[in-house]
Design a protein around this ligand. Structure first.
Ligand code: DGY
Length: 324
């Protein structure tokens, strides 16, 4: 069957990765602007009738949008991301639409590497030191400048021992750290110390890294009721999803000296971090780039296209999300 597909935004390596769609003879319509499509624009597109969508995490796909698919033509959505909290899976189920994401080692490794970049940069004060050099402020070796924290022998607490959490943990072994993890249940084959209670993990860790998906259960997982349990010297890192922490309460904890640092690649209300965080020296924020490596981006594109071609051919999408 020749299908109509709408791509909500140009993705990297599109020319290379989209070949299977072209070969299958599908008609592909691409949003022409290099910015997130607006709600209104996507509603108008959906009304035109498409069999498949390639969406980004900036597109909110919910019941209010799906009702614009008046003839029920839409059958498959390939989300160009591992996380799919931008899509209401129950609404898709109701409309008989299959949804797939792009989980792969390339993304997982890339996010794990980035988590470490953030943790190291924050701990060793790289942004400040870089700024210092750019301002030509260096006057010669000084034992007292940019003194950071030690990592060797310290405890890394990982909240969410999925693939990315596991890759972050393995890298911590190389830094001579102790590793503990919190998860809903112990993970088979993982020999790091398991904590059944998040509170216990937070209280014992020198570094806490978040690797849970965003769900109703994990929204504001880190909040004022547990921020006071952290060591005052602890550093919190978030490369998962912004709303996993209560950003305002993290800001308050930083201001009150309840935690020593916060590194985040994701924000509660993207693209805008809580403004207070932008002003703090012990905070390092980056623009949701943890998976931004060439290898990861290319693989994400290949998988999104594969999910579309398979789904449109009536086969099971290789990365069909749970619950569909
Ligand atoms: C993901 O894949 O979920 C990342 O957050 C974006 O690449």
């Amino acid at each position: 069957m020749v299908a109509r597909i709408f791509v909500t935004r140009m993705i990297p390596f599109w020319e290379e990765v989209s070949k299977p769609l072209v070969d299958a003879g599908h008609e592909v319509v691409m949003y022409p602007n290099h910015k997130p499509i607006t709600r209104e624009e996507i509603e108008i597109e959906i009304e035109k009738g498409y069999d498949g969508l390639l969406t980004l995490l900036t597109d909110k796909i919910d019941e209010g949008l799906l009702v614009h698919d008046k003839s029920g033509q839409l059958k498959v959505i390939a989300n160009y991301a591992v996380g799919y909290d931008n899509i209401d899976i129950e609404a898709c189920k109701k409309h008989n639409i299959k949804v797939a994401n792009t989980p792969c080692d390339e993304v997982n490794e890339s996010v794990a590497e980035f988590t470490w970049s953030l943790m190291l940069a924050l701990t060793r004060r790289l942004p400040e030191a870089g700024e210092f050099m750019r301002n030509a402020a260096y006057r010669g070796w000084d034992p007292d400048i940019f003194v950071g924290r030690d990592m060797m022998g310290k405890t890394l607490g990982i909240a969410g021992m999925g693939r990315i959490g596991g890759m972050v943990a393995r890298r911590a072994e190389g830094f001579g750290m102790r590793i503990e993890y919190y998860n809903r249940k112990p993970v088979e084959g993982v020999n790091y110390e398991y904590k059944a209670r998040l509170e216990e993990l937070l209280a014992q860790s020198d570094f806490v890294s978040l690797h849970v998906p965003l769900t109703a259960e994990t929204r504001h997982l880190i909040n004022k009721t547990n921020l006071h349990l952290f060591k005052k010297t602890a550093v919190l890192v978030n490369t998962a999803r912004g709303p996993v922490v209560d950003e305002v309460e993290v800001g308050e904890a930083l201001r009150a000296g309840m935690i020593a640092g916060y590194g985040a690649d994701v924000f509660e209300n993207e693209p805008d971090p809580h403004p207070e965080l932008l002003l703090m020296e012990n905070v390092l924020l980056t623009p949701h780039i943890a998976s931004a490596t060439e290898g990861a981006r290319k693989k994400m594109g290949e998988l999104a296209v594969l999910n579309l071609t398979e789904g449109l051919a009536g086969k099971e999408m290789p990365n069909l999300v749970r619950g569909l």
